[in-house]
Ligand binder design. Sequence first.
Ligand code: AMP
Length: 191
Amino acid sequence: MLNLVLFGAPGSGKGTQSAKLIDKYGLHHISTGEVLRDHIKRETELGKIAQSYIANGQLIPDELMISILDDVLEKEAAGKKGVIFDGFPRTIPQAEALKELLRKRGTDLHAVVGLEVPEEELIERMLNRGKETGRADDNLETIKKRLDVYHNQTSPLKDYYSGIGKYLPVNGSGNIEDIFNNITAGIDKIN
Ligand code: AMP
């Protein structure tokens, strides 16, 4: 098993790099943002709850998010070679829950790959993505809120995972292929 978290600020390229990693390592991809956007599209009860948080750039409450992830793991992860978690965990309680969710399935988290990208580049990428895909939270006002949430609630996870020797920082700026090579060089050392 190889279970990885792809970590980074919004716009750091987690989705793009996940798509390439699943091809190379045969892993299953779980993006909590995509799970929520799918609920919104299907107009489920959960989608209605998630929509207001997402539109305000705020995090879905931990308890709800953790139970959603537990369900997704149950439905999708059994028998897979491993999972790439993209967008989860985003808080310390989520990180603790992830450890427990993996432990109860007899496995563990192997590394947290942190994509490090300067803030101006993050904003530029998200504004471009907003234009290209129409993603509703990729507008300047919500982007700024999402970056604040990242700095206040999510970035402490770098120290959390560094402290247990699992944080693998990667330069996430520039060319997609070069970034991918930086990531795989790091993973191949632990794998
Ligand atoms: P993402 O696609 O990962 O950028 O996520 C888009 C939005 O979904 C975030 O701004 C949050 O509102 C929500 N979201 C995604 N993952 C999580 C999570 N692990 N915890 C709380 N909210 C989340």
